[in-house]
Design a protein around this ligand. Structure first.
Ligand code: AMP
Ligand code: MG
Length: 342
């Protein structure tokens, strides 16, 4: 067992963690999306430790984080920068958008999981940017959770999953976006959203004109269907309880759940539902506030795991705008089990 230190983001601590990362160690860092588990992206041995710590399948590639656009060229992260990447970067970077480009010579196979492409993100959170600058290296960082559990949006979530496994967690408070970055690939004929996040397909379309959204974002892969992004084939964020989503009107949801009330039955609902439900409730935000839902979702899933609930009926999120990111996560938590009511 390692001793896991939780550090405040002081200048001194940022330098300590930056040096640790440069020497091949891991650290969990706050970003605007979720907490990331970082390693020097140019050091395959360091990156391998991320997979070990998380129990992450080796064929699921990582996102490389930068703190300055020049690092893409200076560290040979990509083979070429597609012209559309400049348009996206100008509008959305720094921020919760990951762009997939042709892989450069400096990217070890551990990062790209053997693919010919690499995912790059320039985050906006001042702490992760300061750490990247202090390390003077791009940092590979997936979410700082054990693979399969909800992504962490607080330092306490990270500690709950990785205490004794990683040396450092920097506590930068709760993440504001709350779901992982939007992933778009520029390595297909039409730029394609592989994962929805804080930047919506509508916003991307605004800049690029034509875009596509990968099938697996909203639908379960059919047997034999190939995932455009390796991450999409794994079951994610499954709570301990059996989670079933209900797509229905407010009244029908309330009636459906209350008819099934019992000690081990619960609801993953909107704020507005709480007073009308006769079961234990965990809310994931206000019905029409998709940003709030994104920010609260993963904490709500973790709260469910701290109960003895065996069956949980969840409100099925909308799919437009930022709600697509919430839907994409929750539908996977529920193993794509949805009941349609009027
Ligand atoms: P995480 O780091 O946990 O946020 O996951 C990163 C996501 O980006 C996963 O779903 C990966 O499968 C996806 N990803 C990373 N690199 C690539 C790539 N080169 N091509 C396609 N998807 C990628
Ligand atoms: Mg993850």
């Amino acid at each position: 067992m390692l001793k896991t230190e939780i550090l405040l983001p002081t200048k001194e601590n940022i330098n300590i963690v930056g040096a640790a990362l440069r020497s091949g160690m891991l650290a969990a860092l706050p970003t605007e999306t979720v907490y990331g588990l970082a390693a020097n992206a140019l050091d395959g041995g360091a990156v391998k430790k991320i997979f070990e710590a998380k129990g992450r399948p080796a064929d699921n590639p990582l996102i490389v984080h930068i703190s300055d656009l020049e690092q893409i060229k200076n560290f040979s992260l990509v083979r070429e920068i597609p012209s559309k990447a400049y348009l996206l970067a100008e509008r959305f970077w720094p921020g919760p958008l990951t762009i997939i480009m042709p892989k450069g010579t400096a990217i070890p196979n551990e990062v790209s999981a053997g693919l010919d492409t690499v995912a790059i993100r320039f985050p906006s959170h001042p702490v992760v940017r300061a750490v990247i600058s202090a390390a003077d290296r791009p940092l590979a960082a997936p979410s700082a959770n054990i693979s399969g559990s909800p992504s962490p949006t607080t330092a306490a979530h990270v500690f709950g999953d990785l205490n004794g496994i990683i040396p450092y967690i920097i506590d930068g408070g709760a993440c504001t976006v709350g779901v992982e970055s939007t992933v778009i690939t520029l390595c297909t004929d039409i730029p394609t959203v592989l994962r929805p996040g804080g930047i919506t397909p509508e916003q991307l379309k605004d800049v690029l004109g034509e875009i596509a959204v990968a099938d697996a974002v909203l639908h379960e892969l059919k047997p034999g269907q190939k995932a455009e992004s390796p991450g999409m084939k794994y079951k994610h964020y499954a709570p301990k309880a059996h989670l079933i989503l209900i797509r229905s009107s407010d009244d029908n949801y309330i009636n459906f759940v209350n008819e099934r009330a019992g000690d081990t039955v619960g609801a993953l609902c909107y704020d507005e539902d709480i007073d009308r439900l006769n079961v234990k409730c965990v809310s994931y935000g206000k019905k029409s506030d998709y940003a709030m839902q994104a920010a609260m979702l993963f904490d709500a899933l973790r709260q469910l795991d701290n109960t003895d609930l065996e069956t949980v009926y969840g409100r099925c999120p909308e799919t437009a705008g930022l709600a697509m990111a919430v839907y994409n996560r929750l539908i996977r938590s529920a193993g794509f089990e949805v009941i349609e009511l009027a």
